[in-house]
Design a protein around this ligand. Structure first.
Ligand code: HEC
Length: 144
């Protein structure tokens, strides 16, 4: 009777160990997968905090709303309306941050003569925020 109970406990214990091991393995696999930058989760919050005061209906830069729900359609593959020298091209070129006017404006890199950095009249975004936008563009500028 007592011996049987001990054997049963041992059996249950090993089942527990095996299933724990399995769970640990699949958890490790998930953490090593690189995560794509989410437009709605990581990029839009940057616009909402730093840009929509001007770039939304009623603001001084309402011509390009960066408000949630409008921003994506106003950026990706859309020709820039304010052209410097040379003319600035496309707001967001999917996969190519260097050619994207959005990136040029927030970083100051590759800016055409006469174009100001954004946010206008304020210090540049943090390098973390600039990197988030750069990576999002290079990953294909998805509406994710
Ligand atoms: C204080 C108001 C203000 C803020 C804040 C601001 N902008 Fe602007 N933005 C403007 C104005 C005005 C223009 C048009 C004049 C110019 O091109 O400099 C403009 C132009 C732009 C353009 C060029 C669009 C085109 O079609 O040529 C981009 C891109 C841009 N802003 C992005 C941003 C981003 C991204 C932010 C936030 C990080 C931001 N702006 C914050 C006022 C603002």
């Amino acid at each position: 009777m007592k011996k049987g109970f001990r054997l049963l406990s041992l059996a249950l214990l090993s089942i527990g160990v095996i299933s724990c091991g399995g769970g640990g393995d699949s958890g490790g696999g998930t953490t090593t997968t690189p995560t794509a930058v989410s437009f709605s989760g990581s990029v839009q919050p940057i616009f909402t905090t730093n840009c929509v005061s001007c770039h939304s209906p009623g603001g001084v830069a309402a011509f390009m709303s960066l408000a949630s729900g409008s921003s994506y359609a106003n950026l990706v593959g859309v020709a820039a309306t304010v052209t410097g020298t040379p003319p600035s091209g496309t707001r967001v070129v999917a996969g190519d941050h260097g050619s994207s006017v959005l990136y040029q404006r927030i970083s100051g890199n590759g800016l055409a003569t006469g174009e100001q950095t954004m946010p206008q009249g304020l210090p540049l975004l943090s390098s973390t925020d600039q990197d988030t936008i750069e990576n999002w563009i290079d990953e294909g500028a998805l509406n994710n």
